[in-house]
Design a protein around this ligand. Sequence first.
Ligand code: 5AD
Ligand code: SF4
Length: 481
Amino acid sequence: MFNEINLDEIDLTESPPSEEPRRQYYFMAKCRELVRKKKEELGRPLSFCIETFGCQMNARDSEKLRGILEEIGYIKSDSESSDFVIYNTCTVRENANLRVYGRLGYLHALKKKNPHMMIGLCGCMMQEPEVVEKLKKSYRFVNLIFGTHNIYKLAELVTEALEQDGMIVDIWKDTDQIVENLPIDRKYPFKSGVNIMFGCNNFCSYCIVPYVRGRERSRLPEEILEEIRRLVDDGVKEIMLLGQNVNSYGRNLAQPLSFAELLEQAAGIDGLERIRFMTSHPKDLSEELIEVMSRYPKICPHLHLPVQSGSTEILRQMNRRYTKESYLALVDRIRASIPDISLTTDIIVGFPGETEEDFMETMDVVEKVRYDSAFTFIYSKRTGTPAAAMDNQIPEEVVKDRFDRLLARVQEIAREQSSRFEGRTMDVLVEAVNEQDSSLVTGRLANNLVVHFPGDASMIGTILPVHLDCCKGFYYIGSTV
Ligand code: 5AD
Ligand code: SF4
């Protein structure tokens, strides 16, 4: 865990500093005192549990929240009967919201049994004003509500929540601040995400992300590279650079730098063995990036390239700013430079106005690209987005039928694609002992495919050549060579 400031050296008789991150270290020290006192009162340590919904960005945010809570003296737990439960929420589709409301009912029951319990909600869903109104009205037992822009303030917010009763709500509409160098508790010792940018400026017409994550802000390259170096010194082998649209990284920096340039500099870091990144918007994927990817074996041969739809007309309605033809041409250029590359995608079915012909265009792209895997989604109406106001919404049964046809074909192709490496020997980063069979370990190829092979816990975090004996659908059984 990275620690810039020693909490023992902070003088709590002084008033809190105003500059960050010093201010948060002050509150960590203060909060640690409050937690220590509570622990003495109860005669046991206080536990916490963070449930993460949604994407890689949220997963990384949760690692930051965990780092701060551990620094404060809470003990990590997987149980929702903990003293402090936080839901880090997602709101990209409506059922993500419904799940949170459902589970809040369950938490309320737990809280009635444990009066010391605190409940916190954060993440994208909290950036929606209607959600916060509903929580204030009908979920008064929630102690703390904060958003996506101020997670770094957790220590300050928890201090407040411990010092007073009632619901604390702190939501910012947007921010231009990026606060760095706070504690982080990584889920895996050997791999880590690294945020390179926050927010999104694309405003795809169906998507709520630009409203809840704010405008695009890129971190400084030297901060990113320094964080990667520190992680590598700490044993990390694989880094995933994270951003809503990594291909527009660096455009707004005082000294602009392209994503391809950043990636190349990261690839030059000694000791780092694998780099991946997520997500790439097809409209911004540069020739320079393809060229850099083809030159560095460390850069994983995998691109997540969401197509969303194969119909040029639907893409226009979605405000995606590419056509079916330009997307397919891009895929051809990528494959010509990086022949073995794994391509994955996101597809939405049932966008307003989607005809059977439009849907067949999507099926056609699936046939032509042959994705290694694809996340398929039923269009979900998000209040406040332009698509939600379109009057030609598609009936549920039509969407369901298209979705089933798409999913069947996508899975069939993914199975065929996955098996194309059978018989080869490829490097696997070992992640864990297999959950079903403890004589096996489980790891990932650079292209992200899962491999199970004989081994033990001592192999975790190492990269080993493995013979891919047999493909079982979406994973391999292998043997060490
Ligand atoms: N309905 C369905 N899927 C959506 N996505 C984003 N917004 C919506 C929506 N309103 C999907 C997109 C995106 C992925 C992260 O979630 O496919 O790439
Ligand atoms: Fe949403 Fe489009 Fe931004 Fe992705 S690029 S987060 S789909 S608005």
